[in-house]
Design a protein. Structure first.
Length: 64
């Protein structure tokens, strides 16, 4: 049952993190713009490196 406790803590932390990010994104000044730009940078980076990884895995199973 210790894994269930750890999972509950993890889910609670994710919910709390979403509340904090929501408060920042709804804030004044440049905070919403900074959150948006940060999100775009993270999504772009994940997409590029995910594509590179899929290409590398695909080249393992193809013949030259």
């Amino acid at each position: 049952m210790e894994s269930a406790i750890a999972l509950n803590v993890l889910v609670d932390n994710i919910v709390e993190m979403n509340e904090h990010f929501g408060n920042v994104a709804a804030g004044d000044g440049a905070a919403p713009l900074l959150v948006l730009v940060g999100t775009i940078l993270v999504i772009f980076s994940v997409a590029v490196f995910g594509g590179l990884t899929l290409g590398a895995v695909g080249s393992l199973f193809t013949s030259n």
